[in-house]
Design a binder for this molecule. Structure first.
Ligand code: CU
Length: 123
């Protein structure tokens, strides 16, 4: 009986150790803007995510056009990227001040069709 109890305790200890080891092996969850990059996806007719959040300072937007036609990416009053071909990815590096900004594709009719988003910059 004592042997059985010792075995059960040993197995329980091993299970606990394994659980701890597994937790430690998991990498920490990436911060929303790890490496200062924010991924954006454009298509017909949206800019994703629609609610973009960023901290003040240097940020690089990585904009992928997953649509079938050309788009652009404009952060009103901050900066813009012209002519992103279908399938193409372009980067826009900006320094952000706290505030709320409108983000659009300003090709004729695109914003009206839904290609707009909001960028909120705050600590
Ligand atoms: Cu567009």
């Amino acid at each position: 009986m004592r042997f059985v109890r010792a075995t059960i305790l040993a197995v329980a200890a091993l299970v606990l150790l394994a659980a701890c080891a597994r937790q430690q092996a998991q990498p920490p969850a990436p911060a929303p803007s790890a490496a200062g990059e924010i991924a954006i996806t454009e298509n017909e007719w949206s800019i994703q995510p629609k609610e973009i959040r960023a901290k003040p300072g240097k940020v690089t937007f990585v904009i992928k056009n997953q649509g079938a036609v050309e788009h652009n990416f404009v952060i009103e009053g901050v900066g813009e990227v012209d002519k992103i071909a279908p399938g193409e990815t372009k980067k826009l590096e900006v320094t952000l001040q706290p505030g709320t900004y409108k983000v659009v594709c300003n090709l004729p009719g695109h914003q009206e069709a839904g290609m707009e988003a909001t960028l909120t910059v705050s600590e």
